[in-house]
Design a protein around this ligand. Structure first.
Ligand SMILES: Nc1ncnc2c1ncn2[C@@H]1O[C@H](COP(=O)(O)OP(=O)(O)OP(=O)(O)O)[C@@H](O)[C@H]1O
Ligand SMILES: [Mg+2]
Length: 260
């Protein structure tokens, strides 16, 4: 497994990462550290617009956080930078203890595969492939083939999200909530220490949204996976341990939810 030692997996419960830390301190090593992150779209043109104005943000291994803010405040832009899907215009970003500034395309792809899982509002499952092959796809991309162990893990994940019977089915015959559960299983396929979710329940009815949220929470508790979840839904944000708020491209002062 091509993972960083600092990553939180099932064998390293998140709160025990550094037992020597003092009381009240967060003992967990940071999974992301952003300093002075700025983003300018259309730089160097007359329509250049800065949409992130210097973001300082750390997320600890195993943390379960919501990212909220008005439409256009920069949530998806920030998530895409954290996900190494687009570069920042200025500032520094360390992912799993490693500076990302100098990584070339191949290294960015490798870092994405080994460190990050993604869940989007629209699941982006591949329609021609079965649920099982969709879940296993990250292993295929990383290894170039699909081994028995990867197939077994994909099946186990499908069982974990309650879809063992749907393994052979194509996404088109699954409900929206089921498709999103397949996408969650796919995001967890390579045991990433961090999953980024952009409005994962935005397209679902209330019952499916709640079931999807419960799954994210369960993987967080059981596998120690950190989550950063963009949401417009206050019921989702209130159930996270930490709420990070963006307003016009700046972080609002920190506030903690009741469950923290
Ligand atoms: N590729 C782009 N080129 C130019 N401007 C962009 C681009 N992507 C986003 N923006 C602008 O950046 C700002 C932040 O957009 P972003 O999509 O990050 O907001 P958001 O908080 O995710 O909004 P929403 O809640 O509607 O999804 C907006 O003003 C948007 O118009
Ligand atoms: Mg968005």
């Amino acid at each position: 497994m091509n993972r960083d030692d600092a990553s939180a997996g099932p064998v390293h419960p998140p709160r025990d990462a550094r037992p020597d830390a003092g009381p009240g301190e967060d003992s967990r090593p940071p999974i992301i550290e952003l300093r002075g992150i700025r983003k300018v779209y259309n730089a160097g043109t007359p329509v250049a617009t800065e949409v992130l104005h210097g973001i300082d943000l750390s997320l600890a291994a195993g943390e379960f956080a919501a990212l909220i803010g008005p439409s256009g405040s920069g949530k998806s832009t920030l998530l895409n930078i954290i996900g190494l899907l687009e570069p920042a215009s200025a500032g520094s970003y360390r992912l799993a203890g490693r500076s990302t500034g100098e990584l070339d395309d191949a290294a960015l792809t490798a870092a994405r595969l080994s460190t990050l899982g993604f869940v989007f509002q629209f699941h982006h499952l591949l329609p021609a492939f079965s649920a099982l092959d969709n879940v296993a796809m990250p292993a295929l991309l990383r290894d170039g083939h699909l081994g028995t162990a990867a197939r077994e893990r994909a099946l186990q994940l499908l069982a974990d999200v309650g879809l063992a019977q749907a393994a052979a089915r194509k996404p088109s015959v699954l409900s929206g909530g089921m498709q999103q559960r397949v996408a969650i299983a796919r995001a967890l396929m390579l045991e990433p220490p961090l999953v980024l979710a952009d409005e994962p329940t935005g397209n679902l009815d209330t019952a499916s949204a709640s079931a999807v949220f419960d799954l994210l929470r369960r993987f967080n508790r059981e596998a120690g996976t950190a989550f950063l979840i963009v949401t417009h839904d206050p019921r989702i944000a209130d159930r996270c341990d930490r709420v990070i708020e963006l307003i016009d491209g700046r972080l609002a002062p920190a506030r903690e939810s009741d469950s923290a």
